[in-house]
Design a protein around this ligand. Structure first.
Ligand code: NAP
Length: 238
C-alpha cells in the first residue's frame, strides 16, 4: 500500500525535490503550492506520473485557503489518509541585522505568517486527515532551520531566526498534543541547501537534502517524537 505524503511549498527548492523523490519511491504525493498554474515543474511531474501526484493551491498564510485546500484534499484522498505531512513552505525576509533596511513591516509580517502561522494552519487543518495509532505512526515534519536554535544563536537574519525558533517550538507543542493520537512530530534542519533561499554557494544540493529528510521522516516514531535534527540525523539543540 503506497503511503500518502503532503508537501507544502512544493513548486520549487527542497519541496519540489522531496516531491520528485517521494514519487520516485512510489509514494502518492499531494503537492501544495500558491500558484499551481505557474508551477511548471510540478505540472510536468504530474503529467509523467499520472495518478500519483495531485497539485493543490494553498497559501499557508491564509487560513481560509488552507481550509479550502484541506477540503479538496479530503475529497482527493477518497477515504485514504495522509501518512506524512511536510510543513516546508517558508520565507527568508532579510539577511542582515537590526540596521538592515531590508527588514520591512510587510516582509516581517509575511515571515511571521508564513513560517509560524502557516505551520499552525497546515497542521490544524490537515492532521484531521491523518490516521490515529497507525502501525507505522503518521508523521508531521516541520522544516525549520538550525538558525532557529537559541543555543546556536547568531547575528544574521534575526527575524528569520525568530520565526524558525517558533516553528521548532510549535513542532514540540504539536508532538505533545498529537501523542494521544499516536502521531509523531519532528522539526528538521534541511542543511544549507542550494535553492533560491540558500543561494548557489550553499553547502549541499537539493537532492542530498531531500533524500536525507525523507529518510529522517521514515525513521521518526513515537519514541523520538518531538525531536529536532538535521537532514543527516544529527540532533540539534533547541
Ligand atoms: N535553503 C536552505 O539553505 C534552508 C536552510 C534552512 C531551512 N530552510 C527551510 O527549508 C524550507 C524550504 O526552503 P527552500 O530553500 O526550498 O526555499 P525556496 O527555494 O525559497 O522555496 C520556498 C518555497 O516555499 C513556498 N512559500 C513561501 N511562502 C509561501 C506561502 N505563503 N504559502 C505557500 N508557499 C509558500 C515558495 O512558494 P512560491 O514559489 O510561491 O514563493 C517555495 O515553494 C523553508 O522552510 C526554509 O526556511 C532552507
Amino acid at each position: 500500500m503506497p503511503q500518502h505524503i503532503l508537501i507544502t511549498g512544493a513548486n520549487r527548492g527542497i519541496g519540489l525535490e522531496m516531491t520528485r523523490q517521494a514519487l520516485a519511491r512510489g509514494d502518492m504525493v499531494i503537492a501544495a503550492c500558491r500558484q499551481p498554474d505557474a508551477a511548471s515543474d510540478l505540472q510536468t511531474l504530474a503529467t509523467a506520473q499520472a495518478g500519483q501526484l495531485q497539485i493543490i493551491a494553498m497559501d499557508v498564510r491564509d487560513e481560509d485557503a488552507v481550509k479550502a485546500a484541506a477540503a479538496q484534499t479530503d475529497s482527493l484522498l477518497d477515504d485514504q489518509k495522509i501518512d506524512i505531512l511536510v510543513c516546508n513552505a517558508g520565507t527568508l525576509n532579510a539577511r542582515g541585522g537590526l540596521t538592515d533596511a531590508g527588514h520591512t513591516p510587510d516582509n516581517i509580517q509575511d515571515s511571521l505568517l508564513t513560517n509560524i502561522a502557516g505551520v499552525f494552519y497546515t497542521a490544524r487543518h490537515f492532521t484531521a486527515m491523518m490516521p490515529d495509532h497507525a502501525p507505522k505512526p503518521a508523521r508531521v515534519a516541520v522544516i525549520s532551520s538550525q538558525m532557529g536554535s537559541s543555543t546556536r544563536s547568531g547575528t544574521m537574519a534575526p527575524i528569520y531566526r525568530a520565526t524558525k525558533a517558533a516553528a521548532t517550538n510549535l513542532a514540540r507543542s504539536m508532538a505533545l498534543e498529537l501523542a494521544p493520537r499516536g502521531i509523531a512530530v519532528g522539526a528538521y534542519h534541511p542543511g544549507w541547501v542550494q535553492t533560491d533561499m540558500g543561494g548557489a554557494d550553499a553547502a549541499i544540493t537539493v537532492e542530498v537534502s531531500a533524500a536525507g529528510l525523507l529518510q529522517r521522516f521514515d525513521a521518526l516514531d513515537m519514541t523520538t517524537s518531538g525531536l529536532f535534527e538535521t537532514y543527516a540525523g544529527e540532533p540539534l539543540p533547541f
